[in-house]
Design a binder for this molecule. Structure first.
Ligand SMILES: [Zn+2]
Length: 90
């Protein structure tokens, strides 16, 4: 393994300890609930879930669990806007 790759791996280990560097923009998962498997997605700041409770309430245990798992990696509303406007510059 060459030395520059070793440096990258070291950096990756440090980054992995700093989840606040990462903002989730889009996500789609399957969620194995107690009774059924659900599809949960996050896009442009909005959650979706295929379960019945979400259809009625717009929120459910699956989306709330995902919010807890992702924690600081979920963008706040202002970060969403900043990311949207800086897209063209990157
Ligand atoms: Zn759900």
């Amino acid at each position: 393994m060459n030395s520059s790759l070793i440096g990258k791996i070291e950096k990756a280990k440090r980054y992995a300890q700093e989840p606040e560097r990462v903002q989730v923009r889009k996500l789609e998962v399957t969620f194995r609930g107690s009774h059924d498997v659900h599809r949960v997605s996050f896009d442009q700041g909005r959650w979706q879930c295929s379960c019945n409770f979400f259809a009625l309430s717009g929120i459910c245990s699956h989306t709330m669990a995902m919010q807890r798992m992702l924690g600081v990696m979920l963008p706040t509303e202002s970060e969403e806007k900043a990311a949207a406007t800086s897209d063209s510059g990157r």
